[in-house]
Design a protein around this ligand. Sequence first.
Ligand SMILES: [Zn+2]
Length: 113
Amino acid sequence: MVTFMLVVSTRGESIKLSHLIFKMKKLSLNRKEVEKKIKEFFENLGEATSEEVRKIKKLGMSLNIRLGELRKNFCKKCMAPCIPGVTCEVRIKGKLKNVKCRLCKTTNKWKIK
Ligand SMILES: [Zn+2]
């Protein structure tokens, strides 16, 4: 639809304006698409590698998208996805949830609400 608009409009201001609108739409669309992509990524986290987690985190950070609760799904040191019993061990200690990464031996502590 956008390419059609560009082809139809003749040289001059109209092209510049439509091009600008197209650019703006693309930007806002990207953010939503990235948010969706991040959500989908964390839904299938089990197959992800630490490198992919690092990339997706960087992508979110570049667009100021907060991971929030999602960041509890991977180790904060080596970025490996946390799968209880497989890549990490979970222990409840009082009001803290201790998640020990089996790969780098780091304990991630999360408050239980
Ligand atoms: Zn780790």
